[in-house]
Every structure is written in C-alpha cells, then in structure tokens.
Design a protein around this ligand. Sequence first.
Ligand SMILES: [Zn+2]
Ligand SMILES: [Zn+2]
Length: 265
Amino acid sequence: MFVDSHCHLATPELHARIDSIRAEMAAAQVDRALCICTTIEEFPVVHELAIRHANLWCTVGVHPDNEGVLEPTLADLVERAALPRVLAIGETGLDYYRLGERSMADMAWQRERFRVHIRAARATGLPLVVHTRSASDDTLAILRDEGGGKVRGVFHCFTETMAVAKAALELGFHISFSGILTFRNAEELRAVAREVPMERCQIETDSPYLAPAPYRGKTNSPAYVPLVAARLAEVKGLSVERVAEITSRNFEQLFGLPAHLPAIA
Ligand SMILES: [Zn+2]
Ligand SMILES: [Zn+2]
C-alpha cells in the first residue's frame, strides 16, 4: 500500500536488522522502499539490498555532506546506474548548512559534484534525487543550467518555502515529504504541502533520521512512512488510502516501475 521513496537501509544500525525491518514494513503495509546511496564506497551494500530483496530498489550517488570520500566521475555513476535495480541518480545536491568557517567559494567542490550527478542523470535518462539545505538558489540555478529542462526527479525531505517548491515543480520535479511534516512546529511546511499538487507529492522516511511523531528522536524505519502519509492526508483533506495510492503511483511513474507489484513478505 505505501512506498518509502527515500531511506538509508545501508546504514549499519538499520542494515544489521534488515530482516526485522522488512517484517515491520510488511506489517505496516509498506510494500516498497528505495534505498538511497550516499557514497561510492557504500554502493555495493545498497545495491546488494536491492538485488536480494524484491521490494527494495536503490540509487547511486554521493551525498553533498560527504567529504573525504571517493569523488565520483561521470563514468563511475553511469556505470553503476546501468546495473539492475538502480532506479535513480543521487542523493545529490547542495548543503550549505554546515559551512562553518568556509565561504561560498570554498564550496565549489560541492557544486561541481552536483553538476557531475546532473550530467549522469542526463546521460542515463534516470531521475535525480535532490537534497538541498540552506542552498536553494544555487540548487535551482545549477539544475536549470546543467539540466537544460531535460532532467526530472524529486526534491527529497522538503523543508523549503513555497517559492522554492514552485520553482522545483516548474522544472518538472516531484516534492517528497518526510517525518518533518508531522512535527509540531512544522506549520509552514504543512502550508507548503497543502499547495503542492497531489500528483507531484511523494512520501519518505529518510530513515534512520527524522522519525515522525510520536517517535521523534528515535531511530526511524520505513515502517513509519504511514505516519507521514496520514499527516499529508490530513493536510490535503484526503483519506490515507487515497494518499497511499497516489504517492505510490507517483513513485512508479517517476522511477519507471511497473504498477501494482505484489508485496513481498
Ligand atoms: Zn538528504
Ligand atoms: Zn537521505
């Protein structure tokens, strides 16, 4: 019934109990999940999850926060993207939240890395999973410049303004909402969610981070994505079943999956 469009099941704390997580997913009617890659070093682990389990898929990319890791070339990404069960390029994007002492000029490596990912999305035709934090202007500018209107994808774990959402929608992107949507102080984000057309909405956990209420602060898991769906349903004035159905269809369309795959227990 539900899809978690963004989770990090290769992180050691989740990977160590993958069998119980999959059982919890089945019990919560979370049929499918997309395992997001954050380094080239991690890729074999995420890919193995996708190969081994019929209801898990994966991406290839290097998260903008990751420093001191292998810097991916276009060929590194394209080669891995051609493997079975790799559905997207990312997560990638820009994150200026942890600038510290550094200037914008010091972050040129992050912008260049983002450009390489967009080129990989163009070369493969796969969608892009975009992470943006405290960097929306540059994220949109680089997407326009490098994507040339030809790249589609999703702005994941959306926490930006309506203006940023509108710009992303104009570029043809989906907007994915995480457990943040359930937080008490997220009234502005819920106002944004109200305005995003339902046919462009996705839901995710970004687990192990950002567990939705009432589990805020605890370890997150894909089994909690129905709580995000329930909050989105409330915001939209729809039933949770309808939100599950539409977000699942959006996921299938964006990531090119056949519809109505059976749930795997
Ligand atoms: Zn992210
Ligand atoms: Zn993530």
